[in-house]
Ligand binder design. Structure first.
Ligand code: TYD
Length: 204
């Protein structure tokens, strides 16, 4: 039997990374094989992305969009521990960020239809069996991540996070007919959020 491919998305402070880990542990506890992975990857393409994201190397928005796609293809097809190989070997793959992030970020900064087509029409980019979007209001996420910062910075962050959240919600809306996306309220205890995620995954 093939493994399942499950993706986590959410704004900063949404708890997606924690929940991805908790799900991997839960599945292992059920006696399944589960692998946790993330994008940008640790492959050379992911390294190039991190250098560009950190401002070390200058890249245009379109170059970034293409590089995220290239990194995603490599992530899918790399032998042995690529998404494709693992899923085919019966391993559940849990990924922190995937093409929903590219559509939300690069889809806005370049051309949405172009970015959507590169990602969704590419034969070497697997469609997830489930995307879990952990939803949190920007104020709620900042309550968690910005204790001790001054109010001006927090205000700017609320604006930025609101824009990012709105982009994600519009991507979810756009893909709701073709992708299996579950929006989960992240403003609860990690245990409560994890329990709802487990229920959703068990129903797959
Ligand atoms: P990530 O390592 O998940 O950072 P964080 O833990 O801070 O969320 O992602 C790094 C950055 O890359 C993040 O700001 C979002 C951005 N990103 C894109 O713009 N497009 C993409 O396709 C992906 C996967 C990430």
């Amino acid at each position: 039997m093939k493994g399942r491919f499950i993706v986590f998305e959410g704004i900063d402070g949404s708890g997606k990374t924690t929940q991805a880990k908790l799900l991997a542990e839960y599945l292992e506890g059920q006696g399944k094989k589960a692998v946790l992975t993330a994008e940008p990857t640790k492959l050379p393409t992911g390294k190039a992305l991190r250098e560009a994201l950190g401002g070390k190397v200058k890249k245009s928005e379109c170059e970034m969009a293409v590089l995220f796609v290239q990194d995603r293809i490599a992530h899918n097809i790399v032998p042995e521990d690529g998404i494709e190989a693992l899923v085919n070997a019966g391993v559940d793959v849990i990924c922190d960020r995937y093409y929903y992030s590219t559509l939300a970020y690069q889809g806005q900064s370049t051309d949405y239809a172009w970015v959507k087509s590169m990602n969704l029409s590419c034969p070497e980019i697997r469609k997830p069996d489930l995307c879990i979007y952990i939803d949190l209001l920007p104020e709620q996420s900042l309550e968690r991540i910005s204790k001790g910062r001054d109010s001006v910075e927090i205000y700017e962050n609320v604006e930025t996070l609101t824009k990012v959240r709105d982009k994600f919600l519009s991507v979810i809306d756009d893909l709701s007919a073709t992708d299996n996306i579950k929006v989960i309220n992240g403003y609860r205890t990690p245990e409560e959020v994890a329990a709802e995620i487990q229920k959703t995954v068990n129903a797959l």
